[in-house]
Ligand binder design. Structure first.
Ligand SMILES: Cc1ncc(COP(=O)(O)O)c(C=O)c1O
Length: 448
């Protein structure tokens, strides 16, 4: 493993792998301080098998973060590979602006049959942030098209993260260097997030206070992922849904992270019960099983109908991206959705999530340096509690896991565990054992 190479080098001067050096010379990695990049021993992936990534040197890593939350069934899945090859034999891409494609129609039909949106209409994009931007613009224009232009504000939650484009960044609460962009961000009405036990009551209070000016309420149903896996109660979600409905305010559910089985149901919104229907639903990440960039904003029939009008009229939604609804991405997304049923993926999520909960409680929760574990399905945040004066705990704990062949990545001092939905109990045992060992080692380094 990379760790054996590390032990023979003096501290603070790690040997730079030639692949890492080539990478750092030409690639600018997002959310990454490039001056520290090579010293953080990045894994240089060459290929993958099942749920393991294999680096350029042949080392294997269990992908316990699902390649930043996108991989659902695993890597290199023969059925998904075949769907792309089959589509490649027809056409790789054709624009959806003003024309259509068979692959996009077939996927949109399959998706429309399962989303918790009434009379759904699918607007394609390519990344999660785009799905959110689209939802914002649709919600804003919806009121103008209806002749009620005063509804131009959004209510978003504390600790929210909705992506890094300027509109999505405005909805987000901050962190990750967001503050410097304040002059570009539009103001939102902000009520507390899931870390606050009365978040739903506060949100509903916000709706009541601003009904006349609100375009929409935006939430990440059940789990605020990027803020460290903060979790909500399904009953509170249901209440928020009812309040939006009774006050005539649009509800945007950002399920970019929680969609496609992560929380144990196909969509996290389903936990709030059969009456809970977002007006706009944002999906991305796992939508293609982690294969190709695709996202969608699903609008209800009521929202969609507000955009009907004469050809070229102002009621048109003048928005769309070059690669939105890419045919290869749609083909693999369709096959992916079919495999959810064929493989009974959600049954495995239930078993794996329960096992993960038990193993993390046994092996990790009681350790010194661990404050709390939060979980919904296969989305887990292990919040560390570093001794005072200790630095970069999250990063060091994850680096220790990577050295043992389990790929983890922290959000600050929260270690996120988000394995693929097909993960076995044996793989979960390994993740829990490795994480426990790594936390103990970092604790011993600082206090031992
Ligand atoms: C809830 C949520 N919305 C939107 C995004 C942005 O998605 P993308 O990185 O694909 O633009 C993320 C990414 O983590 C997310 O967690």
């Amino acid at each position: 493993m990379t760790g054996s190479a590390m032990t023979s080098t003096p501290p603070h001067t790690p040997a730079v792998d030639p692949w890492v050096a080539r990478d750092a010379a030409v690639v600018w990695h997002g959310f990454t301080q490039m001056a520290a990049y090579t010293g953080n021993m990045p894994v240089m992936v060459d290929r993958a098998e099942g749920r393991e990534l294999i680096d350029v040197h042949g080392n294997r890593y269990f992908d316990a973060i699902s390649s930043l939350w996108v991989t659902t069934l695993g890597h290199h899945v023969p059925e998904l590979d075949a769907a792309i090859v089959e589509q490649l034999g027809r056409v790789a891409h054709a624009t959806l602006l003003g024309n259509g494609s068979r692959a996009a129609v077939e996927f949109a039909e399959a998706l429309a049959a399962v989303v918790p949106v009434a009379d759904p209409h699918v607007l394609f994009g390519s990344d999660g942030a785009v799905a959110v931007e689209q939802a914002l613009k649709v919600a804003f224009q919806y009121w103008i098209n209806r002749g009620e232009p005063g509804h131009n504000r959004f209510l978003a939650l504390g600790d929210a993260y909705h992506g890094d484009t300027v509109g999505a960044l405005s909805l987000g609460d901050g962190g990750f260097g967001t503050a410097m962009f304040d002059p570009l961000r539009f103001p939102v009405i902000r009520t507390p997030g899931y870390a606050s036990p009365d978040w739903a009551a506060k949100l509903i209070g916000g709706i009541e206070a601003h009904t006349d000016t609100l375009a929409a309420v935006v939430i990440e149903p059940l789990v605020q992922g990027a803020s460290g896996i903060l979790v909500a109660d399904p009953g509170d979600l249901a209440e928020v849904g009812r309040a939006c409905r009774s006050h005539g305010v649009l509800l945007i559910c950002d399920e970019v992270a929680t969609g496609f089985g992560r929380t144990g149901k196909l969509f996290a919104s389903e936990w709030a019960g059969p009456e809970f229907h977002p007006d706009l639903l944002c999906l991305g990440k796992g939508i293609t099983g982690g294969y190709l960039p695709l996202s969608v904003t699903v609008a209800s029939g009521q929202v969609f109908d507000a955009f009907n009008g004469a050809d070229l009229s102002e009621s048109t939604f003048y928005h769309g991206h070059s690669y939105g609804g890419n045919a290869l991405a749609c083909a693999v997304a369709l096959r992916h959705l079919q495999l959810f049923d064929e493989w009974q993926v959600l049954d495995n999520v239930a078993v794996a999530a329960e096992h993960l909960s038990v193993r993390l409680s046994d092996t990790v929760l009681g350790l010194p340096g661990v404050r709390e574990i939060r979980q919904r399905g296969l989305m887990v945040g292990v919040e560390l509690d570093p001794p005072s004066g200790s630095v970069r705990w999250g990063r060091r704990v994850c680096a220790g896991a990577v050295e043992q062949g389990v790929l983890l990545r922290p959000l600050g001092d929260v270690v996120v565990v988000m394995p693929p939905l097909t993960t076995t109990v044996e793989e979960i045992d390994r993740v829990a054992d490795v994480l426990g060992r790594s936390i103990r080692a970092v604790w011993a380094e600082d206090l031992g």
